[in-house]
Design a binder for this molecule. Structure first.
Ligand code: SUG
Length: 449
């Protein structure tokens, strides 16, 4: 069998990173609304994580940010004139819309798309479906550029198949890989794809949350599975517990993470948990794997502590010796109950043996932890060789990107700064240079005119 790997493509934080308070149902986004951000620090924190994982021997890639501000989106809402006039008018008349069109939210690449590796798909190619992210306006404008960037990263049609985002209506609300996990005995072997939804558009048997929106629907999950050519015996669907959505678990990756044969999850994460675990176990066994569920009981870590610390928004990585490493944000270290739990977990004889802590505060304050910042793509060696080499992290690329951030990014950004017409000019200059560094060609609207 051809050797295969999991590769993490981390979102490079864009130069307009700010705290817009744009995500109702995401506790961190709401509580840090209008705090002053540091785009430079945010980008460097992200690059620090990418470098650390590369240095540990993991395959690491980088996913380019989007053009912001999105002047075309503002124009579609009726703001007219030159680009500078559009921004000035939006700032004066509708600051929330300017904030939405300035968001650097594409950094959370776990939401960019859903990926099915070639071992799972009917035509033997790696399939990508861009996520419509249609629950939030500021995120719903990401997918056209996401599709172009994915197309430039994974260009070879012999190995890679790309699907446009699902129809942008709430019945097909799709948040990408944040609600999708894949279990397998080995990255190159057929696996079991686990889709978690928050509600059904049509079927009243699935209770929706009361307070906060459920962003992902069952029907979206089923459509992605069909598009990717997955077989029924390689797919499991589960409903997220609506009670935890109402406590701020706006994506499944805020309450569970899986890798290889292991699911690390909170006791309250799902509805019908026993059925879900049994189905995962059976289906993985038929694909040669031995499913292991690591449940975190609510007595050890409450849902509130899970949401505050982002314990489950961690990266679960397989080390060379087959044991697993958990990459957690610093907020886990600061929470005594979570930290105690992690000490016990790694001291036991379960699969997770080590924890590493990263400072990702700039992203965390908008509700994005280590797992949100990365898109996982399982690739065999032949497919890996077909990835655009410009987006594969190397020590040289890391240093180039650190220098690029130093040259172009602001130290501070407040809501008032979004009205500065110079910001757009700076961002476009930065992104124009970036597409050359990453060898992406023309992917941004300002490059396509
Ligand atoms: O969609 N926050 C993002 C965070 C996404 C986290 N991703 C995963 N869990 N995979 C969201 O809610 C906040 C932007 C602001 O308020 O400025 C924001 O979009």
């Amino acid at each position: 069998m051809i050797p295969a790997y999991e590769m993490n493509f981390d979102g490079l934080v864009g130069p307009t990173h700010n705290y817009g308070g744009l995500s109702y149902g995401n506790v961190a986004s709401q509580s840090n609304s209008q705090a002053v951000s540091s785009p430079k620090e945010a980008a460097l924190q992200g690059l620090g994580k990418m470098k650390a994982l590369m240095d540990m021997g993991f395959k690491q890639g980088v996913f380019a940010p989007q053009e912001r501000q999105d002047v075309a989106a503002l124009r579609s809402l009726g703001f007219t004139g030159s680009d500078a006039e559009v921004i000035a008018r939006a700032a004066k008349e509708a600051m929330p819309l300017l904030a939405a069109c300035s968001s650097a939210s594409s950094m959370w690449t776990a939401n960019s798309c859903t990926v099915s590796p070639s071992a799972d798909t009917a035509d033997g190619r790696v399939h990508f479906t861009a996520a419509n992210l249609n629950c939030k306006f500021h995120r719903s404008i990401e997918h056209p550029t996401t599709s172009r960037v994915l197309g430039a990263m994974f260009a070879n049609p012999q190995h890679f198949a790309h699907h446009a985002a699902l129809p942008a209506v709430s019945q097909f609300g799709d948040e990408g890989a944040a609600n999708h996990t894949r279990f397998c005995a080995g990255y190159g072997e057929a696996g079991v794809e686990f889709f978690v939804f928050g509600r059904s558009a049509f079927d009243p048997r699935y209770p929706a949350p009361q307070r906060y929106p459920a962003r992902q629907t069952l029907e979206a999950c089923q459509a992605v599975a069909r598009l990717h050519g997955l077989s029924d015996d390689g797919v499991v669907y589960a409903q997220q517990n609506p009670a935890v959505i109402d406590q701020g678990v706006f994506h499944n990756d805020v309450i569970a993470v899986g890798n290889g044969e292991v699911l690390f999850y909170h006791q309250d994460a799902f509805l019908d948990t026993e059925r879900v675990l049994a189905e995962l176990g059976d289906k993985l066994a038929r694909r040669g794997g031995r499913f292991q569920a690591v449940c975190v009981p609510r007595e050890a870590v409450s849902v509130e502590d899970a949401v505050r610390s982002y314990l489950f928004n961690s990266q679960l990585l397989t080390r060379a010796d087959g044991s697993m490493l958990l990459i957690v944000p610093e907020e886990c270290h600061k929470n005594a109950r979570v930290w105690d739990y992690l000490q016990q977990l790694t001291a036991g004889n379960g699969p997770i043996r080590e924890v590493k802590v990263f400072d990702l505060k700039q992203s965390m304050q908008n509700g994005g932890g280590p797992a949100c910042l990365r898109l996982r793509v399982a690739l065999n060696e032949t497919e890996l060789a077909a990835v655009n080499p410009g987006v594969i992290m190397t020590p040289t690329l890391h240093d180039t990107l650190v220098a690029w951030v130093g040259k172009h990014y602001r130290d501070r950004l407040s809501e008032a700064d979004l009205a500065d017409p110079q910001l757009l000019v700076e961002c476009r200059a930065a992104l124009d240079e970036l597409t050359q560094i990453l060898k992406l060609g023309s992917v941004y609207p300002f490059q396509l005119v």
